[in-house]
Design a protein around this ligand. Structure first.
Ligand code: ARG
Length: 460
């Protein structure tokens, strides 16, 4: 019988039962449901609703149940219980009989589910933070290994100014650092316990909710039961953090897919994360990266989906909210998987430094330097920009790079240009001059690497 069977005369329709059940997906909350149930049993004991002996019996049975079932989640699905809460309660009653029926005193599945979800999200956030840190570390290791590799930086996917591969790596370290800080920030709002809120208006039993909250590692208990059972902000925030981070990972993928293309030819991806074509023997496709790029879509979809579920939903709990889970569970797994695959990709990259450098040299990416050079000699930037542009046109028509134009040619465009132009427009000089905070100067990049290594405790 369902937990709520008493009021009902007729059986549920089979199709409705299946449609209504969340067990097929909320079974992964087994551990959280048991942790929260044990905490609840202790609260009931402190409030003299259970004796010490009864609490011990309940706790031991729940621990045995966890031990028996945690590696065998599939077995849980064989039951026809509605959800994980019903399943745990049924199994408890199977084990200890009528005493098991006391556990739900003062509790509702409404405060239970959001407590379980918060515990689950918190556990996953710690794993995500670990993986985000690991990925940052791998970016830093790559930045160190490829310190001297000059490549073009792009705007509009047009070669813009030279950068280094290390610098590109550090851009992603910054993004991941923000991703981690978003998680840490939302953790503060998430880590407040709703347990003891009852169905929607609190519990009539005299319990110490603060003590209960602390016993589960929460910072405090929520203030308003009506809000507590209605609140899924933490899921929206977590999925929004996931969406932003997945967007970062999709840009990382896209950058590397382009770097790996025959057209750019800057890197080679390892066999271990690429696949071949069944028809074209020459192909080595960047599948891992393409999948990360695409999986971003399902995470964004889950964020939109929970926002739409919650939009205009009346307070407090509605069954609509059961739809919060599948997208959340899928997105967190997807995000974690993508972080791990990104590490594999980074570890296996080979940089083709000659083609990187050649592309930086050929792309007129030092045209800004000519303009800056003229400004230093007294010209206004607008004028200098124009002359530099004309020199690019000239170089294109002579099929040369800017460095290879004759001094006499430079002089046609401006008398201010002297012999020292050449040393001012080398790729190295372009980089070295960008010493202001955040610039690409190799010395600065090196300092940033050291700082990041300290922050991530990479020095032994
Ligand atoms: N399976 C439900 C969910 O995931 C648990 C809460 C059920 N509460 C209720 N009043 N029916 O949302």
């Amino acid at each position: 019988m369902a937990l709520w069977g008493g009021r009902f005369v007729h059986e549920s329709h089979e199709l409705f039962k299946e449609f209504n059940a969340s067990l097929p997906f909320d079974c992964i909350l087994l551990e959280e449901d048991i942790i929260a149930s044990i905490a609840w049993s202790k609260t009931l004991m402190k409030s003299d609703i259970l004796t010490k002996d009864e609490q011990i019996k309940i706790e031991s049975a729940l621990l045995v149940l966890l031990e028996e079932s945690k590696d065998n989640i599939k077995n849980i699905l064989l039951s026809n219980c509605e959800d994980i809460h019903s399943w745990v309660e049924k199994k408890l009653i199977d084990k200890i009989g009528i005493l098991g029926k006391k556990l739900h005193t003062g509790r509702s599945r409404n405060d239970q589910i959001t407590t379980d979800l918060k515990l689950w999200c918190r556990k996953k956030i710690y794993i995500l933070l670990e993986n985000i840190n690991n990925l940052q570390k791998h970016f830093i290791l790559s930045a160190e290994s490829y310190h001297n590799i000059i490549m073009p930086g792009y705007t509009h996917l047009q070669r813009a100014q030279p950068i280094t591969f290390s610098y590109w790596c550090l851009a992603y370290v910054e993004m991941l650092k923000r991703d981690a800080s978003r998680l840490k920030d939302l953790l503060k709002r998430l880590n407040i316990s709703p347990l003891g809120s009852g169905a929607l208006s609190g519990t009539a039993w005299k319990i110490d909710r603060e003590d209960l909250a602390l016993s589960m590692g929460f910072d405090s208990a929520t203030n308003n039961a009506l809000d507590s059972v209605s609140d899924r902000d933490y899921i929206v925030e977590l999925l929004s953090s996931a969406s932003i981070s997945m967007m970062h990972l999709s840009r990382f993928s896209e950058d590397l897919i382009f770097f790996n293309s025959g057209e750019a030819n800057f890197i080679e991806l390892s066999d271990s994360i690429t696949s071949g074509s069944s028809l074209m023997p020459q192909k080595k496709n960047p599948d891992a990266l393409e999948l990360i790029r695409a999986k971003c879509g399902r995470v964004h979809g889950s964020l939109i989906s929970i926002l739409i579920v919650l939009k205009s939903l009346p307070l407090s709990y509605n069954k609509d909210m059961q739809e919060d889970k599948e997208g959340l569970f899928d997105s967190i797994k997807t995000w974690n998987d993508c972080l791990c695959i990104a590490i594999l990709v980074l570890k296996s990259i080979k940089i083709k430094h000659e083609s990187c450098r050649k592309a930086a040299e050929e792309g007129y990416s030092n045209a800004t330097e000519i303009a800056d050079y003229l400004v230093k000699k007294g010209m206004t930037f607008r004028e200098a920009h124009n002359i530099s542009g004309q020199l690019v046109l000239r170089a294109i028509s002579e099929k040369k790079s800017l460095n290879n134009l004759e001094l006499s040619t430079f002089k046609i465009y401006s008398n201010l240009i002297d012999d020292d132009i050449y040393k001012n427009i080398t790729l190295e000089s372009c980089l070295e001059k960008r010493l202001s905070k955040g610039g690409v100067a190799p010395f600065q990049v090196y300092e940033e690497i050291i700082k990041a290594k300290k922050r991530l405790k990479m020095f032994s």
